[in-house]
Design a protein around this ligand. Structure first.
Ligand code: 9MR
Length: 549
């Protein structure tokens, strides 16, 4: 019983308080599994132990022989190797990776409600390797980076990071992954509890507060711009969420469901490659619940997103959709792009007329190191792919639909200059209406720099502005709630000022509702607490609009 052994191993490994290192006892090789979800389910179907339940759990792997406790995640093959170690003898080689999340994984249920520290040494031709943690809260699964380690092909790099696992998390799995699919060597991996350990045998259920007497953001801001939120269909199963979204927001963005990996139909496409060669098959099951909710409750929708390097399956970019082969040529990819945009826009308008008023046509095309990101769109179509995408979007968008470019850190000077450079021809062609400022920021980001950047997009390109994914990570002090509240207040006051000065800011969207459902929940970046009680951040937004100078 390999799985039982893994569990026993986690429980019985060295018990340390604080974040000091632990030695790994030898264990048996991981069990077989074929897919991400199958692997995840398998590792969670462990029998519960009782004796050491209150002892802090430790995962610790020296990979010094063939007995390791790592479980496969995805299609990988795991091999103990003596050739390449970071320390002592031996390391683990992970290969045959077909998805970014393919790697190794560990059951981490016992870390619930505690802060953990994960550490590891990695060697890979991938530019970076991550230790991540997956868990579900209220049926909503999130995938969070604990630490991202910059890696080299010929020597090991070590990294460590801390992460607080929420009390209401279930199905907690720590895993190793990387965006690109090259093999990964791991050595000296450990995960341990920081500080005092508290044992939560199961997820602590959230007791939601009554939110019906809150002032309403959408009402308070109605003379200025729309206030939006990002949704997932799981959240719409919960009455408290259904209520608060309706009361507070008049715009929503589907956080994941409209992305290419959710729309593109791989099975159908590859069953008849000839038929779908220039127009990959699409399916829309994932968007219906959220779009129904928006339509029935009077919210408009920002369509997010048509072209992106992320959450877009790789097979789309290959000749005959065959990942093992060559990349498809420019003409083929232009046809696939045109038809994808056409099919998505036409289906949406036909089924939900007038609901999606805005599309993020291209997302995150600027490279963090300058210039354009060398995404698969860039590699296959070429550097005019953004112009092409907006040309097609304009061709198929219903009249009055606004077409946006959307990016993060777009207030930073270099990135802004790059964005302005590649959007200029799109503006000149008349195919873009707006600039989406994602705004994943934190309390140390200069609000005046941000606002100056916003002004510059308008001055240089004449674009309408949406704040599309606002969240503000908390500071480190004990008074972080108040500090964050003051930040939200000042941010919104300045946005309102710019709006008064004639900058066409037409919506501000928060990237999620409560901190629990944020993509970076451990940074507590949103305006409602987990139980939907209001944070100073919410009050700050209300005060900003009520007390305008
Ligand atoms: O909120 C989204 C999260 O649930 C997904 O796991 C993640 C995967 O890439 O995407 C998140 O949304 C992103 C958005 O689509 C584009 N800007 C960055 C957002 C946060 O990663």
């Amino acid at each position: 019983m390999k799985l039982k052994k893994v569990y026993a191993f986690i429980l019985s490994a060295l018990l340390l308080s604080g974040c000091a290192a632990a030695e790994a006892p030898a264990q048996e090789t991981a069990a077989e599994s074929t897919s991400e979800s199958a692997a995840a389910e398998e590792i969670l179907s462990l029998e519960s132990a009782s004796a050491e339940e209150t002892e802090p759990p430790v995962i610790s792997e020296a990979f010094s022989d063939e007995n390791f406790s790592a479980e496969k995640r995805g299609t990988v093959i795991l091999r103990y190797t003596e050739d390449e170690a970071a320390s002592d003898k031996g390391a683990l080689r992970i290969f045959n990776r077909n998805n970014s999340w393919d790697g190794v994984q560990y059951n981490a249920e016992k870390f619930r409600g505690n802060e953990l520290e994960a550490e590891g040494s990695f060697r890979s031709a991938n530019p970076s390797v991550r230790i991540s943690v997956q868990y579900s809260v209220n049926g909503n699964t999130s995938y969070n980076t604990i630490v991202s380690v910059d890696t080299k092909e010929d020597s090991y790099s070590k990294g460590s990071g801390k992460y607080e696992i929420p009390k209401n998390a279930e199905n907690i799995i720590v895993y190793v992954e990387s965006d690109r699919l090259e093999e990964i060597y791991i050595d000296d991996l450990s995960v341990k509890v920081c500080g005092e350990y508290t044992y939560y045998p199961e997820a602590v259920a959230t007791e939601y507060v009554d939110t019906s007497d809150y002032p309403s953001l959408k009402e308070e801001y109605k003379d200025y711009f729309r206030i939006g939120t990002a949704t997932t269909s799981n959240l719409l199963d919960k009455e408290p969420y259904i209520k608060i979204i309706k009361a507070q927001y008049n715009s929503m963005t589907l956080g994941n469901s409209f992305k290419p990996d959710s729309i593109l139909d791989h099975n159908k496409t590859v069953r008849d490659v000839e038929k779908y060669m220039y127009s990959p098959a699409v399916k829309f099951d994932a968007v219906k619940k959220e779009l129904d909710y928006a339509r029935d409750n009077g919210l408009t929708v920002r369509g997010h997103t048509l072209l992106w390097h992320n959450q877009t399956p790789e097979w789309l970019f290959y000749k005959n959709y065959n990942i093992g082969g060559e990349l498809a040529d420019r003409e083929t990819m232009l046809s696939r792009m045109e038809n994808y945009i056409k099919n998505v826009m036409e289906w949406t308008e036909e089924n939900y007329p007038g609901l999606v008023r805005t599309w993020d046509v291209v997302n995150e095309a600027a490279d963090d190191d300058g210039g354009m990101r060398k995404s698969l769109w860039y590699q296959t179509v070429g550097e005019d792919y953004i112009e092409q995408a907006f040309k097609f979007a304009r061709k198929y968008a219903p009249e009055d639909t606004k077409l946006f470019y959307n990016d993060y850190n777009s207030y930073q000077t270099r990135k802004q200059n790059d964005i302005i450079t590649f959007l200029r021809p799109v503006v000149e062609a008349g195919n873009i209406d707006g600039m989406g400022m994602q705004s994943h920021i934190n309390v140390d980001i200069s609000i005046s720099q941000y606002m100056a950047a916003l002004q510059k997009y308008y001055d240089e390109l004449g674009l309408e502005i949406n704040v599309t994914e606002l969240d503000v990570c908390r500071g480190k002090g004990d008074d972080w709630q108040e500090e964050q509240g003051a930040y939200y207040k000042e941010f919104m006051s300045e946005i309102l000022k710019l709006r008064k000065n004639g900058i066409p800011i037409t919506s501000v969207t928060l990237w999620g509702i409560s901190d629990t459902d944020s993509w970076i929940s451990s940074d507590y970046p949103l305006i409602f607490n987990d139980d939907l009680s209001r944070k100073p951040a919410f009050d700050g937004m209300i005060e900003a609009v009520k007390n305008q100078e």
